[in-house]
Every structure is written in C-alpha cells, then in structure tokens.
Ligand binder design. Structure first.
Ligand SMILES: Nc1ncnc2c1ncn2[C@@H]1O[C@H](COP(=O)(O)OP(=O)(O)OP(=O)(O)O)[C@@H](O)[C@H]1O
Length: 232
C-alpha cells in the first residue's frame, strides 16, 4: 500500500543566504502492506509528523521515492495530490480539524462536494456514514456542540466517506479520554478487519501501538532496530 524508498528530508530555516539546514529524515525505507495497521513511534522531534506529511504530499522530499496504492506520487503537482488524496487517503488528526461553521452533516459530506458528487447521492452516502459512526441524531450539531469523542467520530466519518484504502492518523487518541480511546481503537480494528483499510498511525500512546500489527520506531530521523527495514 505504501512503499518509501531512500527518503531524505531537511528543513531550511533562517534568511536566504544565511540558512541553516536541519536534517530531519535520513535514508528511510519502509513498506506498509495492504490490510496492515502500522504504528509509528518515536520521541518528540524524531521526524514522525514529517514522515506523515511527506506521505500525504503536504511537503515534498529532498530525495527519495514514495509509492501509494500502486502510484508513484513523488513529484506530483499540488492539484494532482489533491485529486489523489480524495480517492486514496483518509485523514484523522488529534485536533479533529472539523470546520466549526459547518454541521456534522456538512463536515462529513465535504469530500463528496469536492469530488463533485450529486446532492441526492451525497445525502444518501452522508446519512449512511453518520449512521455507521452512530451520530445520525447529531447531524445538525456544530463541532462546538459535540463532545471530543463525537467530534472524532465525525472526523472519521469524513475520512471514510470516499472509501479510501488508506487512513493516515496523527495522534488520533491524543484528545480523547480512555473510554473514547477504547471505542476509537476497536472501531479502527473493525474497519481494518471488515473493510481491509490500511492504517498508518503516529502515536505516543502504548494502547494505540498495541493494536498495530507492526511498530516502526523513528530515532533522529532514521528507522531503528525492530523497525521495518525491508529492501525494496
Ligand atoms: N516546518 C519546519 N521548519 C523547520 N523545522 C521543522 C519544521 N517542521 C519540523 N521541523 C523540525 O523537524 C524535526 C522533526 O519534527 P517532527 O514534527 O517531524 O517530529 P515529531 O516526531 O512528529 O515530533 P512530535 O512527537 O513532538 O510531534 C524537529 O526537529 C522539528 O523542529
């Protein structure tokens, strides 16, 4: 599902001509197979979010190659990335990233609006998805009128609405209490089992790492012992 080959990334900070180069990822090789749940762990500042941002196309690598779902995404334009993400990747974030001025219904249907799906079809699909996450009765609530766990379920419904084969999650339980965390983790396992959705999850949380089939550790920008270092 994801193949990353010899990925390198660095940030340049400071004024032009006097830039300091901050190396972040070095020679990262990894494979995530379809149907896997993979946790990415590592200390703060080790490069986990940078790896996710590269795999999401929000930043471009200095070197290396990324394949997702059979497509070489390295070097795609912003427009190509936007289309690719809509078809292939769902996102779940610690901060939910819902649009506060839109209801739960409007937030969930948004990817379908971007895809140009007809209103009548959007309505049916959004209803199905809100029912799936148990929030149909909250469809007219704004994010501010929902609990943290409910907001995370809205964000999952929004991620799932286009039926992506891959979900990328950045600290998805970071804002949840332990009850909502358990519910989210069992939902992730259910989606993985029943719909074969692949998950790549950044986490500091042992409970989250425990549901993963495999754990990848990043230390100072490199994958370290116990990690997937498959030659590709
Ligand atoms: N836009 C940026 N410009 C310059 N340096 C950056 C930028 N983004 C991240 N960095 C640096 O890159 C390194 C890796 O950051 P990254 O956010 O990937 O770490 P992380 O493992 O996700 O950390 P955390 O667990 O705290 O979220 C850090 O040293 C950070 O300061």
């Amino acid at each position: 599902m994801i193949t990353v080959k010899q990925l390198e990334h660095e940030f340049r900070i400071g004024k032009k001509g006097k830039e300091t180069i901050v190396p972040v990822l070095r020679d990262v090789n990894l494979t995530v197979n379809a149907g896997e749940i993979v946790a990415v762990v590592g200390r703060s500042g080790s490069g986990k979010s940078t790896l996710l941002n590269l795999i999401s196309g929000y930043i471009a690598p200095v070197q290396g190659k990324i394949m997702i779902n059979g497509t070489d995404v390295t070097g795609m334009s912003e427009g190509e990335w936007a289309d690719f993400r809509l078809e292939n990747i769902g996102f779940i974030f610690q901060s939910f990233q819902l649009i506060p001025t839109m209801t739960a219904f409007e937030n969930v249907q948004l990817p379908l609006v971007f895809k140009g799906v007809k209103e009548v079809d959007r309505k049916i699909q959004t209803e199905t998805m809100l029912k799936k996450v148990g929030l149909w009765e909250f469809k007219d609530h704004y994010p501010g009128e929902l609990s943290g766990g409910q907001q995370q379920r809205v964000s999952i419904a929004r991620a799932l609405i286009v039926h992506p084969p891959l979900i990328l999650a950045d600290e998805p339980t970071g804002s949840l209490d332990s009850e909502n965390e358990r519910a989210l983790l069992s939902f992730i396992q259910q989606l993985n089992r029943e719909e074969n959705i692949t998950f790549l999850i950044i986490t500091h949380d042992e409970e989250v790492a425990n549901i993963a089939h495999r754990k990848i550790t990043i230390s100072d920008g490199r994958l370290v012992e116990g990690s997937d270092t498959d030659e590709i």
